[in-house]
Write a protein that binds this ligand. Structure first.
Ligand code: HEC
Ligand code: HEC
Length: 356
């Protein structure tokens, strides 16, 4: 494995010179330093734009646990049927696994449900970035008639009338139950939903055996092709807006465009922002099919093909595509010390089935 890593590092160091995806072009001293420094540091420097997820710190555990309770409680919905967890299933990658969002009374929106895992790493929330913070984001689903269909006054009354919540809120928040304190508790819980320690993060931190040979090659390809220009940072995405279709018009010839397809244009009204979206995080991406705001890709293979055609203007060989898939599979992290998986949710569904 050491040999592969060495080759990989030399290959990437070459790329650092050849490809200008780094913010500032590295000087030769930098590259020489790469070659003589220990692998862990070298790997981290070479993958500069991508960082391992840091464990969430400084959270108030009581508020996190109150937020967790609210997250799974239909009390926040207008007719007491839907919770945040109905659409953001923590045992299923933090999404609903469906091509659309299904809310209160079966209300459907033709938009893909993004994961809540690692949403605290996003620079803004929603596909079009219309919420600046997690606290601000909460208003969206609660009051959306196609999601939870509630009003804040209704939510506050119901939460206040529940003696368990009433006590917890008065213990933890001086203002008691308010829109702000409910939003804060939910956001505090969401900030705890980071998924560190993926195989790729362990590799970044110097564990040479964390990745298979294919995954190492895939990670290099990810850099080399320029995916990393847009998907970067701790979230491997979530820190900039980009047009969907920078190299080829993704929306050409569609006569069924929805309001969601307009992207950030809906927020700014600026023509420049038409079809621009927050670049999504690729953390745990193997668990969150289907892909894109419009769920147009059912599999990772399809998503990669769309990205290379419309964002890079190129075609990949089958082998290159497989290398990227195996790299993306190395981005599945751990929540509360357990690796996220879809099997867990299948087992759980089976158990629910047996209980019924
Ligand atoms: C009916 C399904 C549904 C429910 C219920 C729901 N959401 Fe969402 N959630 C969505 C959809 C759809 C989006 C994307 C909407 C968009 O970008 O316009 C989203 C986006 C988000 C995001 C932004 C993630 C990102 O990467 O931008 C967060 C965070 C989130 N929801 C948290 C919550 C919380 C907290 C609750 C409960 C108060 C909740 N959601 C309830 C469907 C739902
Ligand atoms: C020019 C910027 C850009 C480049 C380069 C780019 N992407 Fe993306 N990527 C985006 C944007 C923007 C989206 C969201 C588009 C949408 O939903 O309509 C996205 C979405 C994705 C998704 C789906 C995520 C989800 O949660 O639905 C995957 C997977 C993905 N990209 C992988 C890649 C890979 C692999 C590469 C390199 C081959 C790549 N991207 C290159 C900007 C980019």
């Amino acid at each position: 494995m050491k040999f592969i890593i060495t080759i990989a590092v030399i290959a990437i160091a070459g790329l650092v010179i050849a490809v200008s995806f780094f913010p500032s072009s590295p000087d030769t001293q930098f590259v020489e330093a790469q070659r003589s420094s220990p692998p862990a540091e070298t790997i981290q420097q070479v993958f500069g734009p991508i960082q391992p997820i840091q464990a969430a710190v400084g959270l108030d555990p009581d508020k996190v646990s109150l937020g967790a309770q609210l997250f799974s409680d239909p009390i926040l919905s207008g007719d007491n049927t839907i919770s945040c967890a109905t659409c953001h299933r923590l045992e299923a990658g933090g999404t609903n696994g469906l091509p659309m969002s299904v809310g209160i009374a079966g209300g459907i929106q033709q938009i893909n449900v993004p994961t809540v895992f690692n949403s605290s790493l996003n620079f803004v929330q929603f596909w079009d970035g219309r919420a600046k913070t997690l606290e601000e984001q909460v208003s969206g689903p609660v009051e959306n008639p196609l999601e939870m269909g509630a009003t804040w006054s209704g939510v506050i009354n119901r939460v206040k009338a529940n003696s368990d919540y009433a006590k917890k809120f008065s213990d933890l928040y001086t203002e008691g139950v308010t829109k702000d304190s409910v939003s804060h508790a939910l956001a505090e819980f969401e900030r705890s939903l980071t998924t560190p320690n993926s195989a790729f993060d362990r590799f970044l931190k110097g564990d040479e055996n964390a990745l298979s040979e294919e995954q190492v090659a895939g990670s290099i390809l990810f850099q080399q092709l320029g995916c990393v220009r847009c998907h970067q940072g701790q979230g491997i995405g979530g820190n900039m807006f980009q047009r969907m279709g920078t190299k080829k018009d993704y929306f050409a010839g569609r006569n069924d465009l929805t309001v969601h397809d307009m992207g950030r244009f809906n927020v700014t009204g600026d023509e420049y922002d038409r079809h621009r979206f927050k670049v999504p995080s690729l953390r745990n991406i193997a668990l969150t099919a289907p892909y894109f705001h419009d769920s147009s890709a059912a599999t990772l293979e399809e998503a990669i093909q769309t990205m290379t055609t419309y964002q890079l203007g190129r075609r990949l060989t089958e082998q290159e595509q497989q290398l990227l898939v195996s790299f993306l599979e190395s981005l599945t992290g751990e929540y509360n010390g357990t690796k996220l998986s879809l099997e867990a949710s299948v087992e759980k569904d089976d158990q629910n089935g047996k209980q019924l």
